[in-house]
Design a protein around this ligand. Structure first.
Ligand code: OXD
Ligand code: MN
Length: 618
């Protein structure tokens, strides 16, 4: 297909043909690519086939340009370090927009822009934004190719770094492209780092190691299921399959089509009796989600296997149960804090074939970050490329530095990850980082109570003073930055899904590994010991664990949580489950205020739940 002539035609080298592979005949798809090319004016267009050969060619080019730093092949084979621009190091929530037709449909927790106005603004920004660069056509499948829960997308990007990451994080290439025929729905996603190499007069500027733009826009058009991202090359801003598609657009699609896109890990647990259980768990950022996804149980006989660490797509199966897939194919994990002690599975996963972004470089040509080893190297090159010693007084790795690695390298990967139909969920878990109030574990009284728990998930911003609840950052369902529509409507969708599933719905639990005593010490050891809580949940599912009814839910009855081999004072156990009615009443007031911001869109079931909780507390 030929692209419409761009202006000015004279001096600017612009791709003149799409160069589509012969098997692509989908006219809508070709027209979209042609339109975006006419707008962004790339010099070349490359269709990503997803092959190893393509990977080698891209990485070779990027090494030559100084973008990728190859690590020592003896220590970290086929792995690279990349350093981003210090102004482009994380997701930019204040530049993330939901462009629904009506503002109320984005809700009070999203930034909203009128779709037409945003479209006009974006067209201005994207005009010529790929000049002098290659536009990569990146077809991908979220979930196994052709699977019943899977979805397809195409990202157009001028960032080869994004291409490499997308190849790890998704099933990317011609196999996915071949599935997009005239009748298959797919999500179009346009991405530019906003750093053209040729200006309107044809003058060339030199490239930089990490091209980006101080102006950033991460835009979602739920009604037309489109994504447009400008100005950033980092993480969720640039790997549009992840938060943009799998969560923001996915959640909107899920509501329309009767499924759910969730910010959840998926774990398979096998008991000493060889019975398998599947759980999905939602935690806000920085609550140890990756550690739980790769947990090494401390209790004898239990096995934990990883299915996903970040995103779960859930859909009722023909038997009425809720089935889950991890739509991703890799981990984009936070490096700092990951070490042999905290997460040995992650450390083994990143043995090679890994892209590290914004970590430190050792003198031996390997990577390092805070928390990786107890011993701190005497000399490093830090994430900005400067010399670093332990007394430099600054971090060697950026706190949001990352590893991108294929999930198939995870030593605890469950074969269920390959299941295109997904796995039937036995339990859904909600967690937060709470110094007060929230017990180590509690079972929801029913689905509606579980949705109330999910809707009120929070982390404490400041250490709470004695007898008070700290500042709560609400992160309902851990979806606050990721829900593509009004959060209150999302709660209603959860309630509706419960009605659809009825007695087949998984049980819902709340956990909190972070409760503290009045001196500020953690009461629970966490990490592998969290397997004790998972064991209790599995026993409950089988009806084998006794409970005590508390106003906030059902907690393990005395002796029903397995504490064998764990040294923990009975007073700590007591505090882990203590319910202080005054503090809970204060928390209920905060919940009421939180719900108020959603006005009349809050499902009445949730206000009834709040009233019922208040009543149980008195
Ligand atoms: C992530 C996040 O990067 O939740 O997964 O921020
Ligand atoms: Mn996440």
């Amino acid at each position: 297909m030929t692209i419409a002539p761009a202006t000015p035609a004279s001096k600017v080298p612009i791709a003149t043909s799409l160069g589509e592979p012969p098997f692509v005949t989908n006219r809508a798809l070709l027209k979209w690519i042609s339109d975006i090319a006419a707008l962004t004016q790339p010099e070349r267009i490359h269709w990503c086939d997803g092959s190893q050969q393509e990977w080698y060619e891209l990485t070779r080019e990027m090494i030559a340009q100084g973008v990728l730093i190859p690590l020592n092949p003896e220590l970290r084979p086929d792995s690279f370090l990349v350093r981003s621009d210090p102004d482009d190091v994380a997701r930019v929530e204040d530049r993330t927009f939901i462009c629904s037709l009506k503002k109320e449909d984005a809700g009070p927790t999203n930034n909203w822009r009128n779709p037409e106005e945003m479209n006009t603004e974006l067209r201005g920004l994207f005009a010529g934004s790929m000049r002098g660069r290659t536009m990569y056509v990146v077809p991908f499948s979220m979930g196994p190719l052709g699977g019943p829960i899977s979805q397809l997308g195409i990202q157009l990007t001028d960032s080869p770094y994004a291409v490499l990451n997308m190849r790890i994080m998704t099933r990317m290439g011609f196999d996915a492209l071949a599935l997009i025929d005239d009748k298959t729905p797919w999500v179009p996603a346009v991405h530019s780092v906003g750093f053209p190499l040729v200006d309107h007069d044809g003058n060339r500027t030199d490239d930089v190691v990490w091209p980006s733009n101080l102006t950033k826009y991460i835009c979602h058009f739920p009604e037309s299921r489109e994504i447009w991202s400008y100005g950033s090359g980092y993480g969720g801003n640039a790997l549009l399959s992840k938060k943009c598609f799998s969560l923001r657009i996915g959640s909107y699609m899920g509501r329309q089509e009767g499924w759910m896109a969730e910010h959840m890990l998926i774990l398979k647990l096998t008991s000493p009796e060889n019975k398998a259980y599947h759980v999905a768990a939602a935690f806000p950022s920085a609550c140890g989600k990756t550690n739980l996804a790769m947990i090494t149980p401390t209790i004898p006989g239990w096995k934990a296997e990883t299915i996903g660490d970040d995103i779960a797509w859930l859909r009722p199966g023909s038997d009425g149960r809720l089935y889950a897939i991890n739509p991703e194919a890799g981990f984009f994990g936070v490096a700092p804090g990951t070490g042999e002690k905290t997460n040995p599975v992650a450390m083994h996963t990143v043995w090679g074939n890994t892209i590290f972004t914004n970590v430190a470089l050792t003198d031996e040509g390997d990577v390092w970050w805070e928390g990786m080893t107890e011993e701190v190297p005497e000399h490093l090159v830090d994430w900005r490329g400067d010399d670093w010693t332990p007394d430099s007084g600054r971090l060697a790795a950026h706190p949001n530095s990352r590893f991108t690695v294929p999930i198939q390298q995870c030593p605890t990967l469950s074969s269920d990850w390959y299941e295109s139909e997904g796995v039937p969920l036995d339990a859904i878990i909600f967690g937060g980082r709470r110094a007060t109030n929230i017990p180590l574990v509690a079972e929801a009284l029913d689905w509606e109570h579980g949705v109330f728990i999910g809707a009120t998930v929070s982390s404490e911003q400041t250490a709470a003073a004695e007898g008070t609840v700290g500042d709560l950052r609400r992160d309902p369902f851990a979806m606050l930055p990721f829900c593509g529509y009004n959060m209150a409507d999302y709660w209603q969708h959860w309630l509706d899904m419960g009605t659809t599933m009825g007695a087949n719905a998984p049980k819902i639990y709340q956990v909190n590994w972070f409760r503290k005593d009045d001196k500020g010490h953690f009461l629970w050891p966490g990490f592998g010991e969290n397997s004790r809580v998972l064991e209790w949940i599995c026993r409950r599912i089988d009806g084998d664990a006794a409970v005590t009814d508390l106003p906030i839910g059902r907690v393990p009855a005395e002796g029903s949580l397995n504490l064998e081999g764990l040294e923990i004072a009975p007073s700590s156990m007591e505090q882990l489950f203590a319910v202080d009615p005054a503090m809970w009443s204060a928390e209920c007031d905060l919940t009421e205020r939180f719900f108020d911001q959603f006005g009349s869109r809050v499902p009445p079931v949730l206000t009834t739940q709040l009233t019922a909780l208040r009543k149980r507390l008195t």
